[in-house]
Design a protein around this ligand. Structure first.
Ligand code: NDP
Ligand code: MG
Ligand code: MG
Length: 337
């Protein structure tokens, strides 16, 4: 069994004695800055001068400085800007303000794992990676809960990198839920695999393929939407509470029989072999190389696919149906979002 750390295993006093710069004020950035501040930590937010987030961070009562200044001031620098921008900002504004004894932190191992950031040897490098979206990290903290997190140490110059990471995780509220120890490699590779094969890529294509199959066969798109997308949440909620066993206990025996006979035909040996290939391309750096290159060359293919996906029939039908269900708190993504 993995070792799991809780409040009693962490010393909040360690991070309370440090000056912490949170670089970026987006999904994770706002949650880390505000949770740490509420935990009694001396926090400053680092943002570029034209950042749209400056006003938001100031309105929340936080001190804001340029990234270089915040990094020079801080003992602990947590990098919370998009993964593909981190190396550039690190080189421009953080690296020269890292001195012996400081701690550089991440919420995802991408840039360390794929060596786009290679910090000097006399600093600690660690990770606190919440296993949930930033807004949940803030909301659950405010409700006296927490989102679980992974911690990892890449460089331990001080000999105390893990204690500090645990203390940071406590300030974030993560030790209320449970903190697991991992490595930068394991966190990065499993995170990328999960989002590609199952959570984002796998689930999206499964929904699209199911919807398309029904619509092509002449069924009403609205029914196909409810069947293949809307109902998925109800099924996942059952899995979330009680695993596949509870889902299968709750659905009809007919649905359970269909699950057993048809599931393995959808996710078949070929799909499993493809999953292995996807994992291998994550491990050997092919995926990272392609994604970094896509960003460096203007994201044409990414933006093109994004537009096509946003305009598909499933989305048009779904937006209409969701607008009739205000209790869902429907959200519409507009161009530019
Ligand atoms: P966001 O996209 O929400 O970060 C946005 C912030 O970064 C804004 O303050 C934005 O400034 C700033 N920013 C964007 N681009 C640049 C740039 N080129 N230079 C300087 N600042 C920039 O990031 P996330 O919170 O999603 O991700 C941060 C880290 O956390 C990543 O390593 C990610 O993998 C990790 N993570 C994210 C999770 C999530 O819930 N999203 C979950 C777990 C880990 P501006 O205001 O000007 O736009
Ligand atoms: Mg991820
Ligand atoms: Mg049914």
């Amino acid at each position: 069994m993995a070792k799991i750390y809780y409040d009693k295993d962490a010393d909040l006093g360690i991070i309370r004695k440090k000056k912490v710069a949170i670089v970026g004020y987006g999904s994770q950035g706002h949650a880390h800055a505000l949770n740490l501040k509420d935990s009694g930590v001396d926090v400053r937010v680092g943002l570029h001068s034209s950042s749209k987030s400056i006003a938001k961070a100031k309105a929340a009562g936080l001190e804001v400085s340029p990234v270089a200044e915040a990094s020079a001031w801080a003992d602990v620098i947590m990098v919370l800007i998009p993964d593909t921008s981190q190396a550039k900002i690190y080189n421009e504004a953080i690296a020269s303000n890292l001195s012996a004894g400081k701690t550089l932190m991440f919420a995802h191992g991408f840039n360390i794992r794929f060596k786009t950031i290679e910090p000097r040897a006399d600093v600690d490098v660690s990770m606190v990676a919440p296993k949930g979206p930033g807004h949940r990290v803030r909301e659950t903290f405010e409700a006296n809960g927490g989102v679980p997190a992974l911690i990892a140490v890449h460089q331990n110059a001080s000999g105390k990198a893990k204690e500090l990471a645990l203390s940071y995780a406590a300030g974030l509220g993560a030790t209320r839920a449970g903190v697991l120890e991992t490595t930068f490699a394991e966190e990065t590779e499993t995170d990328l695999f999960g989002e590609q094969a199952v959570l984002c890529g796998g689930a999206s294509e499964l929904v699209k393929a199911g919807f398309q199959t029904l619509v092509d066969a002449g069924y009403q798109p609205e029914i196909a939407y409810f069947e293949c997308l809307h109902e998925l949440k109800l099924i996942v909620d059952l899995m979330y509470r009680g695993g596949l066993n509870y889902m299968r206990y709750s659905v009809s025996d007919t649905a359970e029989y269909g699950d057993y006979v048809s599931g393995p035909r959808v996710i078949n040996p070929e799909t499993r072999a493809t999953m292995k290939k996807i994992l291998a391309e994550i491990q050997d750096g092919t995926f990272a190389k392609n994604w970094i290159e896509e960003n460096a060359t203007g994201r044409k293919s990414f933006e093109g696919t994004r537009q096509k996906e946003r305009d598909q029939k499933l989305e048009v039908v779904g937006a209409e149906l969701r607008s009739m269900m205000p209790f869902l708190d429907p959200v519409t993504i507009k161009p530019g979002d």
